[in-house]
Ligand binder design. Structure first.
Ligand SMILES: *Cc1c(COP(=O)(O)O)cnc(C)c1O
Length: 398
């Protein structure tokens, strides 16, 4: 080996900025951490976050809640999912996605992915007709957007109810339209490893008033929904408030207070992530035998992580490749492992779902590697990492 080892952690985010720390301190000093604990005409931090996120997103309504996974399961419930109903979703995603479907009483049907890591639209069309499913929970996994024009055509032709998992596409756009605004609802996470960091947290957006009124009541608003930020008119709540259970999952003011200042920096940070992404992408793309997923021109992505494939690599070689990188300080995730490890798992280990044949995705996942690009890495760090990956890949490229 000629390249020296890399020594920075892949899971280290930037510190919470001073403005956010000051805002959090204010909330702590006030003692009013619960979102409905307000005085006089005060709008709580949670409500202000909802208003500001709705404005950023360009949606009418926004609900701040406990997590991204919670936002997805409440979205499915508020959209009318019935017990045992099928929900189409991507094969390539993370455990909270099938988990949220299961939590909402649904039954996940996995749709194959393409080499560019997006939903295979032919398989989607096939499975829509076979299953007669009414719901599609699309996961824009690792920030890869499918051709949204073609997707929307399929959605419209089949009257599908579309919910978007935007955990990795907060801030992303397709032809200038923000990811999350293409269907009934967008679901976002503010967990530490996503694009805004409050430890845990979720945001749900929509333009549909009845849907949002239900989601707000589900989230545990009691009868205090009038204190929400970007919420539907009271009249809409009156019609559904007694038939909608309270599934407690609110966001508190402390989290909201540290998210509001971060939101102001999101656009700037997207450019910083993309500079890092492009630094790695441009190096890996040069190597014959390493495939970096393609991107559409219509897509404005957020490169907070990067993926690549070594087509034809065997399972034992993939493990060895990960190990060699690890020895040089580069933490790769491999999606081909039958046994889940850390945050990474695949459909074979989601045994509460009936087993499905997904040969195309299995083949893609068995050659797929993934790495985070936290903003604590410099562009030089990214070049260093690329060099190590390329060096380690030499013996495995066919
Ligand atoms: C993190 C994540 C979620 C869920 O977010 P939580 O806030 O952790 O519940 C959903 N989908 C994907 C793809 C994720 O990475």
């Amino acid at each position: 080996m000629v390249t020296k080892a890399f020594s920075r952690p892949f899971t280290q985010q930037e510190p919470i900025n001073q403005e956010a720390i000051d805002a959090a301190t204010q909330v702590l000093k006030s003692g009013r951490l619960h979102r409905y604990n307000t005085i006089e005409d005060e709008l709580s931090e949670a409500s202000l976050l909802e208003e500001e996120y709705a404005a950023y997103q360009g949606s009418k309504y926004c609900l701040a809640c406990a997590s991204g996974g919670y936002a997805m399961s409440v979205a499915l419930k508020a959209a009318g999912l019935k017990l045992g109903e099928s929900v189409l979703t991507n094969t390539f995603t993370l455990a909270p996605v099938p988990g949220s479907i299961s939590n909402a009483g649904g039954n996940p049907i996995f749709v194959e992915i393409t080499k560019d890591l997006v939903l295979d639209l032919d398989d989607l069309s096939r499975k829509v007709s076979e299953s007669k499913a009414r719901f599609l929970l699309i996961s824009h996994m690792r920030g890869h957007l499918v051709d949204m024009d073609k997707l929307i055509q399929i959605v419209n032709e089949n009257n599908l109810i579309l919910i978007e998992d935007c955990a990795h596409t907060m801030g992303a756009q397709w032809k200038g339209q923000r990811s999350g605004n293409f269907g009934l609802a967008g679901c976002f996470s503010t967990q530490t490893y996503k694009h805004l960091n409050s430890g845990e947290g979720g945001l749900l957006t929509s333009n549909d008033e009845e849907f949002m009124a239900r989601a707000i009541i589900y989230s545990g608003s009691y009868m205090l929904y009038e204190r929400h930020g970007a919420a539907p008119r009271s009249k809409v709540f009156e019609e559904i408030r007694l038939e909608t259970p309270n599934y407690s999952g609110r966001m508190d003011n402390l989290r909201a207070s540290i998210l509001r200042p971060q939101l102001k920096n999101l656009e700037k940070n997207i450019n910083r992530w993309n500079a890092r992404y492009q630094a790695v992408e441009s190096e890996l793309k040069e190597i014959n035998g390493i495939m970096v997923p393609g991107r559409f021109e219509e897509e404005r992505y957020v490169g907070s992580s990067i993926q690549f494939r070594i087509p034809g690599i065997s399972k034992s070689d993939a493990e060895l490749f990960v190990k060699k990188n690890k020895e040089l300080g580069v933490e790769l995730k491999w999606f081909g492992n039958d046994d889940p490890s850390g945050f990474t798992s695949n459909h074979k280990s989601w045994k509460y779902v009936s087993r499905q044949q997904l040969n195309k995705s299995d083949e893609i996942l068995s050659s797929l590697f993934d790495l985070r690009l936290p903003l604590t890495f410099s562009i030089d760090d990214c070049k260093h990492i690329s060099k190590i990956i390329i060096e380690c890949s030499g013996e495995f490229i066919k």
